[in-house]
Design a binder for this molecule. Structure first.
Ligand code: NAG
Ligand code: NAG
Ligand code: NAG
Length: 372
């Protein structure tokens, strides 16, 4: 999702002890076209929270994780990046700052220690995290934050420039080494919605191969995925199926160090109808089945609030109905909750499903019950 609003944050920055993860007993993995989490192979539900690593109060993080746990959610996708070109005021969270031709990773209390708190809380509540390394969009920096440091001026160049890739890989190395032995890591994710408009699909395929091989060299255990929207596959010829955003979905999923496929669904942004979603889900499931890798329906949303429950629950049913034919799980965009320490609600981008709301009953409680 391209985020168009701002998350308002309040609360003190807590000084945190360093994490020391030692348990490696149970690592989430692919089991054919399904996921195995804590030894159980089945279909899984979850959600997205780009904002949880940017909260500054550990108890708030714990409260939200406890809500996910008690609701039966298992997978949470988060932003593992927060790139800036100028160091923000004290207390504001950021993870990496670019200056001149270099990048400095912030491991301080308003830096990766916030991600530490999320990983630690996820361990405590049995939640598994998809940790994403960079944005295609400019929210929280994105590839564009790297541009002047590595001498490029487009995402297309960024994927192919070795200077950009070495800065990016250095960031990946720092994060992967920090949580490599944590059982709370579900998967490492290359980027949020990588696109390369008008490029040959080989540009992204080469980048996905290179990056996934690099991550695999750092971490032999955890799953790796691309984080793309699922464009570029055989279908009805409408915009999302086309190859114009530089994605050949099946070719990328076939790469040996890519563990599962991701796809998103935003009919209103893509100029298709809501009913387009069912065919979109089954088109991806079919490829996953052919390649014997899981398919994760990783983000989906409709803008009209009255459509949240009826439309999105329909997509959930389609996805769950394909649980023996390629679909492994789904994560709606996006989680909403109340920040306990401030009493504020988290960002409502029109897609937000708030904990405890009637939409939550529909899209979480009922869905989790149907999954069983
Ligand atoms: C591929 O990865 C290697 C390190 O694993 C890096 O040095 C190189 O710049 C990358 N190349 C491209 C084109 O991404
Ligand atoms: C993300 O990728 C697409 C396609 O390359 C591009 O149109 C869009 O501008 C990108 N976002 C940014 C911030 O560059
Ligand atoms: C996966 O990545 C590892 C580590 O970089 C590499 O040695 C291996 O060749 C890759 N697998 C394949 C089949 O390319």
């Amino acid at each position: 999702m391209k985020i168009t609003g701002l998350l308002l944050l309040a609360g003190a920055v807590a000084a945190l002890p360093g994490t020391n993860h030692v348990h490696r007993a149970s690592i989430s993995k692919a089991d054919g076209t399904k996921f195995n989490i804590d030894g159980v192979t089945k279909y899984y539900a979850g959600t997205n929270s780009y904002w949880i690593p940017f909260l500054t109060n550990d108890n708030d993080v714990d409260t939200i994780m406890s809500h996910l746990q008690s609701s039966g959610h298992k997978i949470l996708r988060i932003w593992g990046f927060n790139d800036v070109k100028q160091i923000p005021g004290s207390g504001t969270v950021y993870f990496q700052a670019f200056s001149g031709s270099s990048a400095a990773i912030n491991t301080g209390a308003n830096g990766l220690q916030r991600l530490d708190a999320v990983v630690r809380s996820a361990e405590k509540y049995g939640i598994k995290l998809i940790i994403n390394f960079v944005n295609n969009w400019t929210d929280y920096g994105g590839m564009a934050a790297y541009f002047s440091a590595c001498g490029v001026n487009s995402n297309a160049q960024w994927y192919q420039a070795s200077r950009c890739q070495s800065l990016y890989q250095n960031y990946i190395k720092t994060v992967v080494n920090r949580y490599r032995t944590s059982t709370a890591v579900f998967a490492w994710e290359l980027a949020n919605e990588p696109r390369c408009q008008g490029c040959q699909t080989s540009v992204l395929t080469n980048w996905i191969r290179n990056t996934s091989n690099y991550i695999r060299s750092l971490d032999p255990d955890h799953m790796i995925t691309a984080g793309d929207e699922g464009f570029g596959l055989q279908g009805d010829g409408s915009y999302p199926y086309q190859y114009g955003e530089g994605i050949d979905w099946a070719a990328n999923l076939a790469l040996p160090n890519i563990s599962f496929g991701t796809f998103h669904l935003y009919p209103s942004s893509w100029g298709v109808s809501n009913s387009f979603g069912n065919g979109w889900i089954s088109a991806h499931a079919k490829i996953c089945q052919q390649l014997n890798k899981p398919c994760l329906f990783e983000e989906y949303g409709v803008t009209n609030a009255a459509d949240h429950c009826p439309v999105e629950s329909g997509w959930q049913k389609t996805s769950l109905g394909l649980k023996d034919s390629g679909m492994a799980g789904d994560l709606f965009w996006q989680l909403g909750d109340t920040i306990r320490s401030t009493g504020q609600q988290t960002h409502n981008d029109g897609h937000t499903i708030y904990y405890g709301s009637s939409d939550w009953k529909c899209l979480v409680d009922q869905h989790v019950e149907q999954i069983g």
